[in-house]
Design a binder for this molecule. Structure first.
Ligand code: RUB
Length: 311
């Protein structure tokens, strides 16, 4: 399981960051791992896929996009006829390629739709680093729109710096603030755009810790709060009543040489309730969080079917 263990390590250490990159890395690791397979029967090969899948699932908790992607590949592989590992590999490559292609199409639609919300002079606040948000901003820039972005530094791991660097490279006027300055700067902002790690059946979203506080403050300041995300991040288990698990990371990320006896908590993500979300900018358009389940059922019935829910 060398390839898969390596990928899981990179994901766990945040060398690969953001839900989309995590999912794409996991897909590639699974396909590459199976290329090295010495399985002699269908059962052996399927057992290897299961083992690889579980290692990747365990790399980070709050990653339904990765889980959906790996489940999709496994589901297609189980449903197909193949006799040898060579045939299996060809099939996996085909299925993975098709999945990535559909993701790219979804992302392109999101970028087109989201960029229309950005008008000349718009001031946008964002949190953490989301490739989907960056994609929307890049699309707006390509259309010749000049706008400004305020980004939070995003403690404790400063993903806001990645956002800031990418925006500067794009030639966007960018200002960085500490996370606790959000309310002050909301006074100057027209729009909040954040990404998502997970979407629940009730239309709540899970994103980097701090997101919910921004959503609350945005409501109070009357600033529209939008989430930019593929529906591929929908967590089907939440229909069954399960809560999306929230990853809790090492205390040392917050204070490496903290005094002994000090309790430190470091949840990586949190839930933002749908009541604070103006709209979800996704491949189905700008939709209300209330219609998430219907949108997923229409566009990706397999997300539900792959966990035994009839779409
Ligand atoms: C990243 C984060 C991002 C989402 C969406 O957290 O919360 O907003 O993953 O990213 P971390 P994308 O740095 O802990 O992974 O839009 O790229 O999927």
């Amino acid at each position: 399981m060398r390839r898969v263990l390596e990928a899981a390590k990179r994901i766990r250490r945040l060398e690969v960051q953001g839900a989309t990159n995590v999912a794409l890395t996991a897909i590639r690791a699974l396909v590459e791992q199976m290329r090295e397979s010495r399985a002699e029967s269908r059962e052996e090969a399927l057992a290897e896929i299961e083992e690889a899948r579980d290692i990747l699932f365990g790399a980070r908790e709050t990653e339904p996009f990765m889980r959906n992607a790996l489940r999709y590949i496994e589901w297609r592989v189980r449903a197909a006829r193949w006799g040898s590992v060579e045939e299996l590999n060809r099939l996996m490559e085909e299925v993975a390629e098709e999945f990535i292609q559909r993701f790219r199409e979804a992302r392109k639609r999101i970028e087109d739709i989201g960029s229309r919300r950005i008008l000349p002079g718009t001031r946008i606040l964002t949190h953490c680093h989301s490739s989907a948000v960056i994609g929307v901003l890049r699309a707006a820039k390509r259309r010749g729109i000049e706008y400004e972005v305020i980004c939070t530094e995003t403690r404790p791991l400063y993903q806001g710096r990645i956002t800031a660097k990418e925006l500067l490279e794009m030639g966007v006027k960018t200002t960085m603030i500490v996370d606790s300055a959000v309310r002050t700067f909301l006074k100057q902002v027209d729009l909040v755009l954040v990404g998502a790690d997970a979407i629940t059946s009730e239309g709540n979203i899970i994103n980097k810790i701090g997101t919910s506080l921004i959503a609350l403050a945005a409501q109070e300041a009357r600033v529209p709060f939008y989430v930019v995300t593929e529906l591929l991040k929908f967590d089907p288990q939440t229909i069954h009543g399960d809560y999306e698990a929230i990853e809790e990371r090492a205390a040392s990320e917050i204070w490496p040489d903290a005094p002994e006896g000090l309790a430190i908590r470091n949840p990586a993500f949190e839930v933002t309730r749908r009541d604070y979300i103006h709209g979800i900018i996704c491949e189905e358009g700008v939709i209300s969080p209330h219609s998430i389940l219907e949108a997923v059922r229409r566009r990706y019935p397999w997300i539900l079917e792959s966990v035994g829910i009839s779409a």
